[in-house]
Design a protein around this ligand. Structure first.
Ligand SMILES: *Cc1c(COP(=O)(O)O)cnc(C)c1O
Length: 434
């Protein structure tokens, strides 16, 4: 399969190059040339297949031409060594719990898949050259990427995070790992971290000396595997006899997750419509209302992984729908909630149903509560375990939240990190001397 850039200046790129480069040279996002429609028999029989079997069928449609079947199967099965259960919360609303992986957030799926795919290409190339993954994080991305790439041969990961601005639970998930993971505490903000990473990718001298790549949701290897669990959700609904008129609500920030679902629909997955659930950073909802896309600086909210002022995958959404505003609107609706609405939803849901949402899932749940029509079945993606936002959630429900064992294990580890200033020269010097 070849990949083209959403900016149309770059075409016919191999999967390997798209994965290693991350972003196209014209600064666009890579898209596959073809989105295959899966056969009717697959959907007829989907409820009898395991998560891994379903995921392999979807993965084969994207990556089957470029990777040996046995290797692709191994990559899929190693990635999905945890379940993604679907639970009824209330009425016709179901939660797809994406947080049973090692760092308790949905980003584990993409990060684990990408690390194994990159590892496969590095081994095949056999140049002996180490690939350096640079990732700037405000929390969740760093932990998913660090844990996904932990121990993968031929790859080193540098996680840059703002000193003192990441929650202790999040920090321990990427500073206690050791091995091929290096955590760098920057004396600055998340924006400084992101700037350092971006500057590194553009530094000719550095790139001549080291192979650098990124691991955020612009990377096709992190983004496409997120389609897997939409199919698995459908399979679980079908088993329950609830597969008619399915509406999927996705708590969205950079729109990688929802775009993977839109790809699923294009492959034949019977989803009636999607809802993009936003916090106060509602740039996309505004676009749906007005047809105009006006990025603006993000504001801090309780659902902080969705504090994005210019969603990077917007370019993919537009490309997928041929830049037709009408076509986008036919498939996607929007909903936006402020912090007090998020808190109220989390509290009320807990008190009336016993189900504990996290602040991101709360947006997804409420969008279904308000937007589901008669006869429809709603699924919202629960993107992170509520214990990852411990102080916020405990304060809202007025009760202690139990911390899952994997998270407790991280908290017992010893923090190892390097402190650096926000000057690029310091960061560059550190990388070159590593
Ligand atoms: C990253 C993240 C999101 C947003 O996902 P996008 O793919 O960027 O839209 C939502 N919730 C949580 C918990 C996240 O970590």
């Amino acid at each position: 399969m070849k990949y083209y850039s959403t900016n149309q200046q770059v075409k016919n790129v191999s999967l390997q190059d798209a994965v290693v480069k991350g972003l196209a040279e014209d600064k666009g996002l890579f898209m596959p040339d073809v989105i295959k429609i899966l056969p009717k028999e697959f959907f007829d029989n989907i409820e009898n297949l395991s998560f891994q079997e379903i995921a392999y069928t979807v993965a084969d449609a994207f990556f089957g031409e470029d990777i040996e079947a046995a290797d692709l199967k191994r990559i899929v099965y190693e990635t999905l060594n945890f379940d993604v259960p679907l639970l009824r919360v209330s009425g016709n609303i179901y939660s797809l719990e994406l947080y049973h992986g090692p760092t308790l957030a949905f980003k584990d799926v993409g990060a684990r898949f990408m690390s194994r795919l990159l590892g496969y290409f590095i081994k095949k190339e056999n140049s002996g050259e180490t690939v350096n993954v640079l990732v700037a994080t405000s929390g969740d991305t760093g932990s998913a990427v660090a844990n996904g790439f932990l121990g993968v041969e031929g790859i080193r990961v540098f996680v840059l995070y703002p000193k003192g601005l990441v929650s202790p639970i999040q920090e321990c998930q990427f500073t206690t790992l050791g091995k091929n993971i290096t955590a760098i505490e920057i004396d600055g903000t998340f924006d400084d971290c992101q700037r350092l990473v971006k500057t590194a990718f553009l530094d000719a001298d550095l790139n001549a000396k080291m192979k650098l790549t990124s691991a955020n949701s612009i990377n096709v290897a992190r983004f496409l595997p997120q389609a897997f669990y939409y199919f698995y959700a459908y399979a679980q609904l079908k088993k329950l006899g609830k597969a008619q008129d399915v509406v999927v609500s996705v708590p969205s920030g950079n729109f990688g997750n929802i775009t993977a679902g839109l790809f699923g629909k294009r492959m034949g997955l019977p989803v009636k419509r999607f809802i993009a659930a936003n916090n106060r950073n509602d740039i996309f909802c505004q676009y749906l209302e007005t047809g105009e896309y006006n990025p603006r600086p993000s504001v801090a909210t309780l659902a902080n992984a969705m504090d994005v002022g210019d969603p990077s995958n917007y370019a993919r959404v537009l490309d997928l729908y041929g830049h037709s505003y009408e076509a986008v609107k036919a498939d996607i609706g929007g909903a936006t909630y402020n912090d007090s609405q998020i808190a109220e939803t989390l509290k009320t849901c807990y008190e009336t149903t016993g189900y504990l949402l996290d602040p991101h899932g709360a947006c997804g749940y409420r969008a279904l509560q308000e937007g589901l029509q008669k006869g429809e079945t709603g699924v919202f993606l629960e993107t992170a375990h509520p214990a990852k936002f411990l102080e916020t959630v405990e304060k809202i429900i007025g009760k202690k939240v139990e911390i899952p064992l994997p998270l407790q294990a991280f908290m017992k580890g010893t923090k190892q990190s390097v402190e650096l200033s926000k000057e690029f020269a310091d960061f560059k010097g550190f990388l070159l001397n590593f």
